[in-house]
Structures are given as structure tokens and as C-alpha cells.
Design a protein around this ligand. Sequence first.
Ligand code: HAM
Length: 415
Amino acid sequence: MYRAPRGTSDILPKEQAHWRHIEQKVADICQLYGYERIDAPAFEDTQLFTRSVGEDTDIVEKQMYTFQDRSGSQITLRPEGTASVCRAYLEHGLHNLPQPVKLYYITSIFRYERPQAGRYRQHYQFGYEAIGDDDPTLDAEVIDLAWQFFESLNLHHLSLQLNSIGCKKCRPGYLTALKDYYASYTHDLCSDCKTRLKRNPLRLLDCKKPLCQQIANSAPRSIDYLCQQCDTHFNQLKKYLELLELPFIVNHCLVRGLDYYTRTVFEIQPEAEGAQSTLGGGGRYDDLIEELGGKPTPAIGFAAGIERIIINLKKQNIPVPSLPKPRVFIAYVGNEARDKATKLASTLRRTGIGVIEAIGSKSLKAQLRQANSLGIHHTVIIGDEEVEAGTVILRDMTTAEQKTIPIDQLEGELQ
Ligand code: HAM
């Protein structure tokens, strides 16, 4: 028996209501904030991701699905959505449009991770990017969108974590302070953190191991090392978030797992589980477009994992609207009735009435059982007598009441 590859799953019909509901909420909120949809290819040149996400990140080091295609090109299945949007922005000259350009996506993401609840090798993200402005009001708007999105889903008990990790001017000074601080703890750090200290010291701050976390809690804070511009930017952002009444918490250990971030970083987490099951995260990446060959172009974005949203909707017992299904079943007995049933099903569907027609030659009892188990409201029954008389029997499946009506009145009756 074949099984879905480890860390992937099928989204069966019974799960679809959650997915459609979230997609609808995404489309609604993005429209409210002026974001337009973009769909990028599932794979890109590997270099796009190594350059943007960063060589020393877990994603690039351990998690990318990379292969050589038949022409020898080095290809990677997208491990995140931002790099492709920036590539598309440059490729299609979107810098010629009024800035910021605001784009959103719902897309599959591939990361070779150790699968566990809420962590998969293929997952889906809803994300959005606002490219072309560094005004802190844009940061506030991007954070507001994320928060309002979760509100619109009725998800509660979430926390909004915020930090500023500075820019290429002030970050080096902070990293030096961080390394100096960690120098006296090298023996206490986990093996991953020992490597991080050499290669990516910022990531020391979000190690999940208890002892490393304890050390991180007293580490120097990036906000104390911000240059004048980054400091002003962060203070203005906080002011706007207060204005919008968003309940943010400044978290000095929040650094995010991708290297392109500058200044603002933020995450939305379920209060109970915290960072282990972050629902979504984002931030500024003011140098990325330039890094990819464009003019200096500030930008900010956010993405959330759809499976994790669904896990939380279920945990909080939040119902989602069920999907519309056909409400009418057509049962028949005999060959002539079958012809009539087939024609009738097609006619009704053309008027917009969803119909399931019995298939095969089951007994009437079995057909009614099938209609019942499908949750059908009304069954239309046709036998020899009805064919002869030009009528049908209309059965209300909840009350079992039946009446005979002329076939040409059926549509009106069902409407
Ligand atoms: P990220 O934090 O790597 O950010 O991923 C965003 C969200 O995707 C996470 O908060 C989580 O909910 C979900 N997620 C990540 N990995 C997995 C996984 N293996 N299984 C299930 N869900 C997962 C980014 O990818 C950035 N591109 C976000 C961004 C957009 N920054 C600026 N613009």
C-alpha cells in the first residue's frame, strides 16, 4: 500500500469546510487592506532562497527540497513565500506601480522537518507582502491586518510579540555585544547554540532548550543597540500600535528564523503554547530586494500556517460554515424511469438546483437509505406509474411525507 509521504497529508472532503472558510476570510481581509493576489511557481532557482533566507539558517542548511532537473539546473521547492514575491516584483517591473505594492498568497510550502503535530514537510501558508515603503505606519497596518485576520476567525487567547532587530548599520554592534555576553556561557549552551554562536549569533536568542532560554533571557537586548533611525522607527511603530489598540508585548528574544529581516519582527502565538506553535510571523526586510538585484526597496510582510490555524480553531471549538451540498436526490425504479431521472437531474442542475441522481439498479429502499446518509432534504421518486402520468413523487426526508406533483411543477416546488 502506498501512503502519503511522511510529513504530508491529504485534505479530505470532511476537512474542506475549514480550508474554504480560511481562504474566504483571507480574500475578504486582503481586499479590505488593498492586497491583490499573486501566485508564484512551486519551485525556483535554489540561489533565490539561499540568498534571501540565508546560508546559515535551518531552512537552507537542513530543510530545503533541492534537486537538479534534467537540464542540470539547481531547483528548490519553495521553503517560504517572500523570496518568490520579491523575485516577481523585480521580474515584472512592479516598482513602476504606485508604492507600496501589496500582494498576498495562499500557497504550499516545503520544508524537510521532523514531522510532529503542527509541523509538516508540506504545509500551506497565507502570506502577504507590502513592498516599497519604510514608513512605520505600514508596519502597523501589516500587523493590524494579521491581528484582524485572526479576530475575523474568532480565534482568541493569542499574543502579539514584537521586537526590532535593527539594520545593517546598527546590527553589527549588537552582535558583538551578544557574542561577548555568550562567551562566558559557551560550556552551558546546547550543541546547536555552540554552532549558532559562531555562525548566526542572533539565533541564540530563540533556542527552545530550557537552559539556553534562561541564558537568552538575560542577554543584551537589540532595542538597546538601535541606531537613531531604527530607534525612531520602533518608537513610532509602538505609538501606532497603541493607537490601533493592538495588545503587543515587546519580546527581546524574538528574532525569527530567516536572515532577511531588518528592524520590525513580530509573531502571533497561542497564549498557552507560545513560540512552539506560532501561528504566524513576519517583519521588515528592507535589504532583500536590493540583495536580489533591485534598487534599495524597503518592504514588510507576514505569513501564517493554515494547518496551525485549523488546529487552533478546533481546539477553541470554533465552528465554521459547512459547504453547500446538493439537497435533492432522484430515485427511480425501472428503465423508463431511469431515462426520465437522468433528464430531470440535468434540467434541475441547469437551473442551479444541486442534484444527486441514483446510480445503478438498487432497490428503492436502498436508494432512500443512500439519500438519508447523504443528508438530503428532498427525494424525487419516479416509477412506471409516474412516467405514464407525467408526475413525480416528492418525499420530504425529515418528515417522510410524500406528495405526487406534475413533473413540470417540480422546479418551482423545489425552489
Ligand atoms: P515562517 O515563520 O518561517 O515565516 O513561517 C510562517 C508560518 O508558517 C509559521 O508561523 C507557522 O505557522 C507556519 N509553518 C512554518 N513551518 C511550518 C511547518 N513545517 N509545518 C506547519 N506550519 C509551518 C516565513 O515563512 C516568512 N516568509 C514570513 C514572512 C512573510 N515574512 C515576511 N513576509
